[in-house]
Design a protein around this ligand. Structure first.
Ligand SMILES: C[S@@+](CC[C@H](N)C(=O)[O-])C[C@H]1O[C@@H](n2cnc3c(N)ncnc32)[C@H](O)[C@@H]1O
Length: 242
């Protein structure tokens, strides 16, 4: 959970990022999701203190999505923040399915902080992804239950965990309980090394609940950089049986 001073820093960064992007000509970003994602990366590099999913890690996840069969149609993201990874997932889906992304191809991204909800929605719209990437405000578990009850999400190709680490495991198990995974689905998690999500990591490395009829995972830790005490691992867990 972010402390008050960190929350203040993130709020300040969000306001500065809005100014940085929207002070540039709209034509730089309009209908160009990768330009928006790259500009957020550049801003984060220059300012620091931005908890975004960095490019090297995104490359790992993107390779998994591009190789996934059948091709991914539904992505859940836990933790939107300013919308960097949400825009990137939309860009990846657009690269896979073409510019006119079919109606049943969607990213649902969950965020509790209204300031981040507002900024991420504006950046998603600027990128031309408003019909593909949907930001749901409130606790992720509640939003997911609602989406499921409304029949909007019946199957999940990739779930990305990047919110507060204590929620990774319960939210993964919620997806299991709602029976949203298929064989070949992916659970991808950031920050399992730092600050760490030990219960989640133990669970996916053990292959899941380990009882008959439960989701079974094969899990691999990808290392992307080697700076000490910097989060560098992306945990990729494949659903291999149900
Ligand atoms: C690490 S940031 C997400 C970064 C984002 N994925 C990116 O790469 O641009 C984590 C975000 O998760 C949000 N969050 C934390 N717990 C949450 C929960 N239970 N439900 C929804 N959002 C949550 C926080 O407010 C914060 O903005």
């Amino acid at each position: 959970m972010a402390s008050h001073s960190m929350a203040d820093t993130f709020a300040k960064r969000a306001t500065q990022l809005r100014e940085y992007i929207f002070s540039q000509p709209t034509s730089t970003f309009e209908n160009n999701p990768w330009a928006v994602a790259n500009a957020i990366d550049e801003f984060a590099e220059s300012q620091g203190r931005m908890m975004i999913f960095k490019k090297a890690k995104l490359d790992v996840a993107q390779a998994q999505l591009v190789a996934q069969q059948p091709a991914p149609r539904t992505i859940l993201e836990f933790g939107t923040f300013v919308g960097k990874s949400a825009v990137a997932w939309g860009a990846v889906l657009r690269d896979i399915h073409g510019e006119n992304v079919p109606e049943d191809v969607n990213v649902y991204t969950f965020e509790v902080d209204p300031l981040m909800v507002s900024l991420s929605r504006d950046l998603i719209k600027l990128a031309g992804l408003q019909d593909v990437v949907h930001v749901l405000e409130g606790p992720a578990s509640e939003s997911l239950k609602k989406l499921h009850a409304e029949g909007k999400v019946a199957s999940v190709d990739m779930a990305f965990f990047d919110h507060w680490e204590e929620f990774y495991l319960p939210d993964l198990q919620l997806i299991e309980d709602l029976k949203l995974f298929r064989v070949g689905s992916l659970a991808i998690a950031d920050n399992t090394d730092f600050p760490g999500a030990p219960d989640y990591l133990k669970y996916v490395k053990a292959g899941g609940r380990g009882v008959a009829g439960s989701v079974k995972y094969e899990s691999q830790s990808f290392t992307t950089e080697s700076q000490p005490s910097k989060p560098s691992i992306v945990e990729v867990s494949n659903v291999v049986a149900i």
